[in-house]
Structure formats: C-alpha cells, structure tokens
Design a protein around this ligand. Structure first.
Ligand code: NAD
Length: 386
C-alpha cells in the first residue's frame, strides 16, 4: 500500500483527449516514481452510460457518472479534468472552481475572451490549482528549444514562424456539428483553425519568444454551407477553415503564422522556426524527437544545420524513458504534463500554462479573428509574464 498522497481525478469526456489524459494518469507513476502525489482514477463522466462503463473498464476508473454536475458535486474527487468540446469548458470549470476542485482543462481555454475571463475570475476566487493542456510544450525537443532560447544562444530574435496544416475538411459532403464534427460548428467550437490549431502555435510562440503585441490576419471559409449532423438541415458554416496572420512580438521580432484544414497531404504538420542573430532552431511535429539547430558561431568548415536527436538522458524528460537513441511519442507529452502538475502540487508553484496564461493566448486568438473581420491591425492587450 502506497503512502503517497492521492489526487482523486474526475474526468469528463471520453473521446480523443479522454484517452490521452487517462493514459497519462496511468503511466506517470511508472516513469516518475519520485513524485509524492499519485493520481487515482476515481470517476469518469460521459453522457452515455453504456459507453462510459466500457471506457471506465478499459482505462481503470473506479466509478462512472453520466452528468458532470454530479461528478463536480462528489466529495471524493479532488480534481476535475475537462476533456469535452469547447462550449462546455467554461460551465464545467466555473462549477468545479466553486466546488473547490482543482482543474485541468483542455485547450482552447474558451470560445471567446469574455468566457475565458469568467473562468480565470472563478479559479482566482476559488484559489484552486489549475492548468491548461497545451501539451506540445512538453515534448522534449520543444522543451529543449525553450532552454536554447533562454540560454541566449540565438542572440537577438528577428523572426518566429509557425504552421499547423491539416487536410481533413476538404470534402463539401462532410457535415458539421455533433459527434466527431463539433469542430466545424462555430457555436460549439468558438472558432475554426484559430482556436483549434493556431492556439497551440500561439501558446508555444509566446512561451518561447514572449508576448505578441499586435496582429494583422486574414481568414477564409472555403465551404460556406454544410448539413448539420444534429438538425439535418443545411446551415451556414461559421468557422474559419484557414487563418493566416502576422504580428509583432514585444521583443521586436516579427511573427508569421498559418493554419488550415485544406492543405492536401498534411495531417497534423505543426512546425515552427526561430531565426536569431547568431543561431536558428526549427521543429516539426512529424519528426518530434528532433530539433534542428544552426549556429553561425560554428567553425565555417563544419557549419550547417544539425539535427539533434533529443533522446539523451541530459535532455528534457528523457532520463525518465528508455536509453539514449530511443525516441518517444505524442502521448508522452501528456504523461509529462501530468507529472509536472503533480510536481506543482508538491512545490506549490503553478503548473504552466495556467488559466491566466491560456487567457493571454485567447487574447491573441480574439485579436486575430477581429483583425480578419475588420481587415485591420489589432492590439492584443497581451500581458505575458511566462
Ligand atoms: N491538447 C491537444 O492537443 C488537443 C487535441 C485534441 C483536442 N483537444 C481539445 O480537447 C477537447 C476535447 O476534444 P476531443 O478531440 O477529445 O473531442 P472528442 O469529440 O473526441 O471527445 C469529446 C468527448 O466529450 C463528450 N462530451 C461532450 N459533451 C459532454 C457533456 N456535456 N458531458 C460529458 N461528456 C460530454 C463526448 O461524448 C466525447 O466523448 C476540446 O476542447 C479540444 O479542443 C486538445
């Protein structure tokens, strides 16, 4: 019997993220044995009783609920993990905070800035531990990029460039709304690629390169009308299918961002590149264990882009896994976020990104949409402290 402190999890939503988070809770103790807090899969919630029972059995949850309000009201739950579509984040988080629960919320924090602000107000009032699952930060190569930038090796930063490209909504026959397709319904998702994909790019960008001051954006909705899965009627599509924006960072560098679900051949091509005075780095989700690095200070006869295989024990998180040379995967970023959240409970330090930091990303998303709609530059109002 372990004498570790327990963190009793109540998870809402049994889709894609419900699985990645459950895997994280299940694995973390095996690979981070030093942690003094251990997650316990107390309850999982989904609306279909049959499905939630199957999920609970598969992932090891002790009990099930079919109404998140009952989950939030339970005395044997310490933390609520929100893995449901974007339109539910605010209501669940605000209720969970009022009940004194810690909250781990999926990104984007909210559909709109105003909704996100209510969430931040609620967690501040309740003074509960919180984090938002911008998990890409916790891939070892991305964390290494952060360390390299922080070391000053790049010198003054001139450019930050990021893409997140997919191709899964090109067919005009694809309906919008309902199971699996809520991302195409603006009432549920809030926005299209801006909140779904660019939010990741913006979070990573501000974490690596500081606050984004102002933006100029364009968006496009290529398929204007789609059948709604729930009503069966053809309805106007309200999301942005593609979004491009450029921006100024507070440090004087220029940013260029592109996201689309219409880049035929690309499934989840998240890339970023940073160009500094002395050195540059670039990263590609499709080759996630590698970080590319160019250092102009290298001796000219060997100078060139080097491809760092981020698998050595002295590189971020990698002492927790196998032996040098062996890579890890997408799912490990969630294990790392669970580990960092548990560690934050031991140290009392916030687990970044907090709701407040995720709100800063919402400010950029909102400015991007407003800029595209008004065809003008918009200040973001970001106050980045991360
Ligand atoms: N961090 C990441 O990289 C990442 C990746 C994918 C999705 N997400 C985010 O995670 C969230 C969920 O996305 P997903 O891909 O897992 O979606 P999904 O459609 O696969 O799963 C959503 C789940 O929520 C359930 N659900 C919906 N409303 C509910 C309610 N009222 N009560 C209980 N359960 C309810 C659905 O039945 C489903 O099981 C979204 O906010 C999304 O933006 C983040």
């Amino acid at each position: 019997m372990s004498n570790k402190k327990q963190l009793r999890i109540g998870l809402v939503g049994t889709g894609f993220m419900g699985r990645t988070h459950s895997n994280g809770y299940n694995r973390v103790g095996n690979f981070f044995p030093e942690l003094q807090v251990q997650p316990v899969l107390k309850a999982v919630c989904a609306r279909s009783e049959d499905k939630v029972k199957v999920f609970a059995e598969q992932w090891g949850y002790e009990s099930v609920e079919t109404d998140w309000k009952k989950l939030v009201a339970r005395n044997d739950i310490d933390a609520i993990d929100i893995c449901t579509p974007n339109d539910t984040h605010a209501e669940i988080a605000i209720a969970a905070a009022a009940a004194g629960k810690m909250i781990l919320c999926e990104k984007p924090l909210s559909r709109t800035l105003a909704e996100g602000q209510h969430m931040v107000d609620a967690i501040k009032k309740a003074n509960v531990a919180n984090t938002v699952w911008y998990n890409y930060r916790r891939l070892p190569a991305v964390t290494l990029a952060k360390q390299i930038v922080a070391s000053g090796k790049l010198g003054r930063i001139f450019h930050y460039r990021a893409n997140f490209l997919q191709d899964w909504t090109i067919s005009a026959d694809l309906p919008q709304g309902g199971t699996g397709l809520w991302r195409l319904d603006s009432d549920v998702a809030g926005s299209g690629v801006t909140g779904d994909l660019l939010a990741h790019c913006i979070d990573t960008a501000m974490w690596l390169n500081g606050g984004i001051k102002d933006v100029s954006a364009m968006t496009e909705t290529f398929i204007k009308d789609r059948v709604h899965q729930l009503t069966g009627k053809v309805q106007k599509v309200g999301i942005d299918d593609a979004c491009l924006f450029h921006c100024h960072f507070e440090n004087g560098s220029l940013g260029l961002f592109e996201s689309t679900r219409y880049a035929r051949g690309h499934k989840a091509l998240y890339t970023f590149e940073i160009n500094g005075e002395h050195a540059s780095i670039r990263w590609d989700l499709h080759d996630l264990n590698r970080l590319e690095y160019f250092d102009h200070k290298d001796d000219s006869i060997v100078r060139g882009w080097r491809s760092i295989h981020v698998t050595d024990g002295d590189q971020p998180y990698m002492d927790k896994w196998w032996v040098p040379g062996l890579g890890i995967g997408y799912e490990h970023s969630f294990v790392h976020q669970v580990a960092d959240f548990l560690k934050s409970l031991e140290t009392g330090q916030p687990c970044s990104p907090t709701f407040q930091e995720a709100l800063e990303t919402q400010k950029v998303c909102e400015a991007v949409i407003n800029s595209a709609n008004s065809r003008s530059w918009k200040d973001t109002g970001v106050d980045w402290k991360g």
